[in-house]
Design a protein around this ligand. Structure first.
Ligand code: ATP
Length: 267
């Protein structure tokens, strides 16, 4: 971003339709986040506390960020995206200050979701902790979460690839006490992801996504997104060899020539 802030805010425009596979996981996310945010009164009546924090864990590129954005967008919540490593790279004292600002901003714009990617870098397990800075930043995060009112209108979603490396204090009651595993997609999941990413593309007759799903064992969503993008670029090179386009230009050309949204080509 260049602004020097490790955070960006707004309401994203991702929908549940942009997520391939992950039906059960999405169901859980909706129950934990969408329900309390839409109907806080139900939780009050039942006398149960809505969650303050939900942890999404699983390998990189499986759709954790996508899912957090989609739920924020579907409930029209303010969304702030912060990166653990970027927060930690700030100068002395700035990490805590920035966390505080993010939580203030969320409270002012509630309903709001604060998404913390690679949260393990902010809150590593003690022992893996290199020292004082982490201790202060974790303490700040815990106190900010403890300070969230129990109205359920601000929820923190943390994402990590290394759930075991996370400070257990963060996973205790009232903090990130709900966890959802976002795993590597199976064949059906891969097919659905391919469907999402080719939705706006003019596919040749006889293209069988089933077959691609069969042949991409081990691919995560991010890999499948690149695969469809590459395929589209190859098609363009073949169809318009005279263009001899640089990568950037090809991206722009594809976006123009096909009714594909820019979001499909990010990352
Ligand atoms: P990281 O841990 O690296 O942040 P992540 O799990 O948050 O990874 P995303 O950033 O959500 O992964 O995924 C990267 C991109 O891959 C998405 O923008 C999307 O294009 C594609 N993608 C990943 N998972 C899915 C999915 N389940 N359905 C559709 N697209 C997906």
């Amino acid at each position: 971003s260049g602004s020097g802030r490790a955070a960006s805010g707004g309401t994203p425009s991702v929908t549940y339709e942009d997520i391939g596979g992950l039906d059960d996981e999405l169901e859980q996310v909706r129950e934990m986040i969408e329900l309390p945010m839409r109907h806080p009164e139900l939780f009050q009546q039942l006398g149960i506390e809505p969650p303050k924090g939900v942890l999404l864990h699983g390998p990189p590129g499986t759709g954790k960020t996508l899912m957090a954005k989609a739920v924020a967008s579907e409930i029209d919540a303010h969304f702030t995206d912060i990166s653990g490593p970027e927060i930690m790279s700030k100068y002395y004292g700035e990490s805590e200050e920035q966390l505080r600002e993010v939580f203030d901003e969320a409270a002012e714009n509630a309903p709001a979701i604060v998404f913390i990617d690679e949260i393990d870098s902010i809150a590593p397990k003690r022992g893996e902790t290199s020292g004082d800075v982490e201790r202060r930043v974790v303490a700040q995060l815990l106190s900010l979460m403890d300070g969230l009112e129990e109205r359920g209108d601000v929820i923190v979603i943390g994402a990590t690839n290394r759930v075991d490396a996370l400070d257990p204090a963060l996973r205790r009651g009232g903090r990130f006490d709900r966890e959802i595993e976002i795993g590597v997609p199976d064949k059906d999941g891969r097919k659905e992801i391919l469907q999402v990413h080719t939705r706006g593309m003019p596919l040749a007759d006889g293209i069988d996504l089933d077959q691609y799903a069969d042949n991409t064992h081990g691919f995560v969503g991010a890999d499948l997104a690149s695969l469809t993008k590459e395929a589209a670029m190859n098609a363009l090179r073949r169809i318009r060899p005279e263009l001899d386009l640089e990568q950037e230009e090809i991206d722009a050309e594809i976006l123009e020539s096909m009714s594909v949204t820019e979001g499909d080509f990010k990352d």
